[in-house]
Design a binder for this molecule. Structure first.
Ligand code: AMP
Ligand code: MG
Length: 341
């Protein structure tokens, strides 16, 4: 069932023309919807004449992609693929899976959608969260690896090895953000901001013409922020961190971002990774991958992989913050370590 609240506000733009001529400008509308999807709380705010229709279309798209891409929801295309090991998927979904496999290769397997048996084993797919036996981890790891996924380009048929299951949880929200950007562009809205859990999408302009301000959560205290970024529309800002979802057993914290090499939560020296990119799909996959890699490898990935254009904010376990040069001026703090190529 759809649960959402809608608020529609109308704000009169007081332009110089209004003040001097006395005749009013057309009204600019703002429309906000809140609802739950993709295992998180979603807020969409759209500005412009078509804001109401566009925010509704954006919501429908999120619900549709959730029902298609979730590995947890019974009956979704991905759920069925995991059960039956073969399925013919839409072009869009095949393209997303191919992109996920490419990023897996580029990140040396730090990002890997075949991680699902491990995610389930630790109880991060809605099950009982606990530390599994090593023998169970070894068994689940047998199905992990991109070579367990085969795609027939001509038919769109995806086939998984017997012990393989896929999980698009580390990339689906970023991809959804890219689809929303297209919806906003088609609807010719003036601006929009979407919050999808750790993913923020900003599009176009704010009604007052100022830059969008995106605050980055403090991983040690999520009601505080480590900085804010002042950004132009057209980018996704995606954060991954062990603090976002975890459980504790015998005083030890176990989080939801898994190292595909060990089958354990990634033993990362990072508390959080934020990726800023025009490509939300890449931003999402990379935020997960660079968290798994840890600081040194993450920095070297940014330095050497020219085909992935992105900026980032890293916070390490000593609370040192690193930002890439492209967002130096956008960042509200000036005492962070700036990474330069
Ligand atoms: P994110 O919040 O984007 O970092 O994604 C984390 C989610 O992606 C987890 O809840 C899992 O569903 C899935 N996941 C966990 N570890 C990995 C990994 N190494 N590669 C790809 N997906 C992962
Ligand atoms: Mg991710």
């Amino acid at each position: 069932m759809r649960k959402y609240i809608r608020t529609v506000l109308f704000a009169v733009i007081l332009s110089a023309a209004v003040l001097f001529s006395g005749c009013s400008e057309p009204q600019a509308s703002e429309s906000t919807v809140n609802f739950e999807a993709m295992d998180t709380y979603v807020t969409i705010t759209v500005y412009g004449d078509e804001s109401e229709a566009a925010s509704e279309k954006a919501m429908d798209e999120i619900l549709l992609l959730d029902s298609r891409l979730s590995a947890v929801t019974g009956g979704s295309k991905i759920y069925n693929l995991n059960q039956k090991k073969t399925a013919t998927l839409s072009d869009d979904t095949v393209t997303l899976i191919k992109e996920a496999l490419e990023i897996s290769e580029a990140t040396g397997g730090a990002f890997d959608i075949t991680i699902y048996p491990i995610v389930k084993l630790w109880g991060f797919a809605g099950g009982d969260q606990h530390v599994p036996e090593q023998s169970e981890i070894d068994l689940a790891l047998a199905g992990v690896g991109s070579d367990n996924v085969t795609i027939d380009e001509n038919t769109g048929e995806v086939t998984l090895a017997d012990d393989c299951e896929i999980d698009l949880g580390g990339i689906a929200k970023g991809y959804t953000g890219d689809m929303l950007m297209e919806i906003f562009e088609e609807a010719e809205v003036s601006g929009a901001v979407v919050s999808l859990g750790g993913n923020i999408v900003i599009y176009g302009d704010k009604p007052d013409g100022t830059a969008w301000n995106i605050a980055i959560e403090d991983p040690d205290n999520t009601s505080e922020y480590i900085c804010s970024l002042s950004l132009a529309g057209g980018v996704s800002v995606v954060t991954s961190g062990g603090y976002e979802r975890y459980f504790e057993e015998n005083g030890v914290r176990y989080h939801h971002i898994m190292d595909p090499k060990t089958g354990y939560p990634a033993d990362s020296d990072l508390l959080s990774v934020t990726i800023i990119s025009k490509n939300g799909t890449q931003a999402d996959a990379l935020s997960t991958a660079l968290f798994v890699m840890g600081r040194e490898e993450a920095v070297s990935f940014w330095e050497t992989n020219e085909e992935y254009e992105f900026d980032m904010v890293l916070m390490d376990s000593d609370r040192n913050v690193y930002i890439t040069e492209g967002i130096e001026d956008a960042c509200s703090e000036d005492d962070f370590n700036v990474l330069r190529k």
